[in-house]
Every structure is written in structure tokens, then in C-alpha cells.
Write a protein that binds this ligand. Structure first.
Ligand SMILES: C[S@@+](CC[C@H](N)C(=O)[O-])C[C@H]1O[C@@H](n2cnc3c(N)ncnc32)[C@H](O)[C@@H]1O
Length: 203
């Protein structure tokens, strides 16, 4: 099964509230987005947003220039259905981040639990090419991943775990770490997963 089939199958066979990464309230993402200081009309993209409720929360907070990208059309369809009419205010992009060629620069790039799936150096290099094309000087980048003491797999796939420092090393000198947080995420099944959230500014 290839990557796209894997994720489409996850979202067509499981309820969005049952997947291990489900969060009713993406509070830490919202806090870091608020800390970034971006304007409410600034362009913001959620990479691998899936069926996450971050888009709902951002609309409710008054952010009005939103895009959500995911490899799984089935995931975005769930969010569009849940949001109803408000979905038309969001740019929905079905793409594999390692192949995507952004046509604009976003002021804020948010990724919760997507980069950590890229265990091949060539995929990480492709992600970084998209990141560089999809952001500009002064853009803010938030990447949440499993922490060094987090699980080794997610959704049955191997992941690379990061500390804020190893993520900084991975992203390189164009990005400067602004803040980081540790989160103990409780899955719908009751397990605890250790995440790190890091916010970077692009030089
Ligand atoms: C663990 S889920 C996290 C979803 C969402 N960010 C959240 O916090 O609820 C990973 C998401 O990344 C998407 N994904 C995985 N690999 C991807 C890729 N190469 N390009 C774009 N999206 C990808 C999956 O479809 C899935 O929605």
C-alpha cells in the first residue's frame, strides 16, 4: 500500500474522533499560533491537517486566510462536511507534501505529526524544499512531532522522533527556534504520547 492509499484508508475506515492523534481542542497549536503574533488576515497553512479541528478553532478565533493541505482527500472531506458553509472560507489542498509546489508564501506554516513520518532523507529534503518555497523571510513555522521519549510508530508507520534541538539541526540555519513546549497527548484509547512543539522564525 502506498502512502496515499494508507492515509485514505485510515480516514475512510475510522471515525475522526477515534484516531490516536485526535484532539477535541488543539490548545497548544493555538497558543503557539497566537504567540507567533501573526495578523488575523495573514496566510496560514496547516500541513497534513487531516480532519483536525484546528481549522474550526482558527476560524472561531478570527483567522480568515487559511489553507489546509493533506495527502488524504478523505480526511479533508470530513473537515469540509463538519464545517459546512464555513468550509468555503478555507483553501483545501490535496497533495503529498514531498511533491507539492506552493504557489504562494504563507506567513505561518503549522505541522502537527506529519514531518515525523518522513524517515527517508530524500523525503525530508523534499519537505524542506516545499517549506522554503511556501514561506518567506519572517514566516513562522510550528512543527509538532513525537518527542524523543514518544512512540516509535504512529498509524502503523515508523516515525523519527525529535527534540526541539534536533529539529533545529534538521531545518538548518535559515530557521531560528523561538520557543518549544512538551505535551503529553492522551489518545482516545487512553494512552499517553509525548510530543514536542517547536516554533521557528525564518530569517
Ligand atoms: C498523525 S496525522 C495528524 C493529523 C493532524 N495534523 C492532526 O493533528 O490531527 C498525520 C496526517 O498527515 C497526513 N500525511 C501523511 N503523510 C503526508 C504527506 N506526505 N503529505 C501530506 N500529508 C500527509 C495524513 O493524511 C494525516 O492526516
Amino acid at each position: 500500500m502506498d502512502r496515499k492509499q494508507h492515509w485514505d484508508s485510515v480516514y475512510t475506515t475510522r471515525a475522526e474522533t477515534e484516531v490516536s492523534w485526535f484532539q477535541d481542542n488543539p490548545a497548544l497549536s493555538l497558543a503557539l499560533i497566537q504567540n507567533s503574533g501573526i495578523a488575523h488576515d495573514a496566510a496560514l497553512i496547516d500541513i497534513g491537517g487531516g480532519a483536525s479541528r484546528l481549522a474550526d478553532a482558527l476560524l472561531a478565533e478570527g483567522y480568515g486566510n487559511l489553507a489546509v493541505l493533506d495527502i488524504a482527500a478523505a480526511a479533508l472531506e470530513k473537515s469540509r462536511t463538519r464545517l459546512g458553509e464555513a468550509a468555503s472560507r478555507i483553501d483545501w489542498i490535496v497533495a503529498d507534501i514531498t511533491q507539492w509546489q506552493p504557489t504562494r508564501a504563507y506567513r505561518l506554516w503549522h505541522d502537527r505529526a506529519v514531518f515525523h513520518f518522513l524517515t527517508e532523507p530524500s523525503d525530508r529534503a523534499a519537505y524542506k524544499r516545499a517549506l522554503l518555497a511556501g514561506t518567506g523571510a519572517g514566516s513562522q513555522i510550528i512543527i509538532a512531532s513525537f518527542a524523543p521519549d514518544g512512540p516509535e510508530r504512529c498509524s502503523g508507520l515508523p516515525v523519527t522522533r525529535y527534540s526541539p534541538q534536533s529539529l533545529q539541526t534538521e531545518l538548518g540555519a535559515d530557521f531560528v527556534l523561538q520557543e518549544s513546549r512538551h505535551e503529553e497527548h492522551r489518545t482516545p484509547g487512553g494512552n499517553l504520547q509525548h510530543f514536542q512543539f517547536s516554533r521557528f522564525a525564518r530569517l
